[in-house]
Design a protein around this ligand. Sequence first.
Ligand SMILES: [Zn+2]
Length: 367
Amino acid sequence: MNDLPVSLYFMPEWWDRHFHGRTPRPARPSQPALEAMYLARLRFLYEQFGRWGIGEERPTRGPGQISTVIRYGFDLVPALLGTQLDLADAWGFYPRLRSLAALHSVKPVDIRGHPEGEWILREKERLERLYGRCSHCIDLGSVTNNAFRMIGEELYAELLHDPAAVESLFGTILATMSALYDFLVDHFGGMNPVPISNCNVGLMSPALYERRVLPFDARQSQFAEHRGGAPRAAVHHCDVPVDRFLPAYAKLPGLASIQAAISSDIRAAKAVAGGCAFSALVSPGYLCGDLAVFERVLRDAFAAGADDLALWNVDSQTDAEALRRAFDLIEAVACEAGRRARFTAMPLCWEEIEWAHARCAVGESSP
Ligand SMILES: [Zn+2]
């Protein structure tokens, strides 16, 4: 039986509603408080979902999600390029958007030797001292993801009205991402295939994407090639169907995997490149809706060859009982298809790692 990886990520609101009612969040952010919360959540996950191999019966201190370097959520590249990030009384960072015109003189930033690069290396050493090993959750993004966090939806209008100015901004973003890629591979290894996070391209037409954006995504897929590898790309298309973009993605050099909504034409997606994997994003609506619908969708996905399931937006409406029913269903349908479901779940939200370290204040440096 082939394994079917099933990964889960709970939103901060899920933890508030289903865990922190009994165990309040730490009163003051600190590493020991984060660590205690991390271990308690591992145990809670085991109590709720241990039958599916999730959580730990006796969690102990050691490397794991807690020893992850992350900086500014998924907004490190916009921050390097001068975007001011605010915090509000909600999870996440909020970029102060600027106009495209205000960015015409912004130059690429090389994180190597930059204070932010030095911060990341100090954080890596700190976590390695504490837990023995560490990894990172620093997202390169893509030209469109990063541009969207710098100028907002003006991006789409300007791609039509002033494509030369947008392409100049894309070039600056691409050069900044390229240096960041080299920095991350030098210090943490891995990252081949090169991740390309296209959460926002679904808001433009495939023709516009192919004409104005694809050439930059193609250059991003070549980052590994500069280091002696072949071009390889792992495209995250977010939780929307990818079908209309497949003819464009077929032109990406070395397309290794596509991640998109489970409702996509998975067979067609896997056919765009030899050996292309498909990671199926499952929106929470499937988990607490009519399970007969979810069952049909799962059956079609496995028949079409979905390589894994990603349940990455488990929201507060989806309670533990609904999840248990969904896990039983996933397990049964996978088994029918000759697959063994292997569940994993993250005990922390990425924002919580930064917030709990009390170093999330923008521009604040490490003590
Ligand atoms: Zn996304």
